[in-house]
Write a protein that binds this ligand. Structure first.
Ligand SMILES: [Zn+2]
Ligand SMILES: [Zn+2]
Length: 142
């Protein structure tokens, strides 16, 4: 979490449902990926999560704070303490990166998904109709 220097092509702003948490991601995400894993499902309450991956220094807090907890030995997730909106995901195997739930951005339109992760844990009734790459496990090399 630091000030970004230089020219920023795009800044995406977002926040939780109640507005207590506001954040800003500078520049382009390294990846935009769906995840169907059980851990994301339980943490979000939804059958699929869509994440934008950033270097941690691309993220700045405008307001509020991330309430963090370990959802697995090497995984830290955060949410808003006021309204419970899931916000971020960090993985010890992906050092220096933070994954932001795309649904919290004010404008999700620019975040076009690139791949499907953990399709092995996707509910069968959730059918995919795109041609994006599908990974049985994580799409991110680690
Ligand atoms: Zn909130
Ligand atoms: Zn997941």
């Amino acid at each position: 979490m630091s000030e970004s220097g230089g020219d920023i092509g795009r800044v995406a702003e977002g926040g939780c449902r109640c507005g207590a948490v506001r954040l800003r991601a500078a520049g382009d995400p390294s990846v935009v990926v769906y995840c169907y894993c059980v851990d994301c499902r339980r943490s979000s309450g939804a059958p699929v999560s869509l994440f934008a991956g950033y270097a941690t220094e691309q993220l700045d807090m405008d307001r509020g704070k991330l309430n963090a907890y370990a959802s697995a030995p090497d995984v830290v997730r955060s949410f808003c303490g006021g309204c419970g909106t899931p916000l971020t995901y960090e993985d010890g195997r992906l050092q220096g990166e933070i994954y932001i739930h795309v649904g919290i951005f004010d404008d999700p339109e620019p975040f076009e998904p690139e791949a499907h992760s953990w399709v092995s844990q996707k509910p069968g009734w959730l059918t995919l109709s795109d041609d994006l790459p599908r990974y049985q496990e994580s799409s991110v090399p680690r």
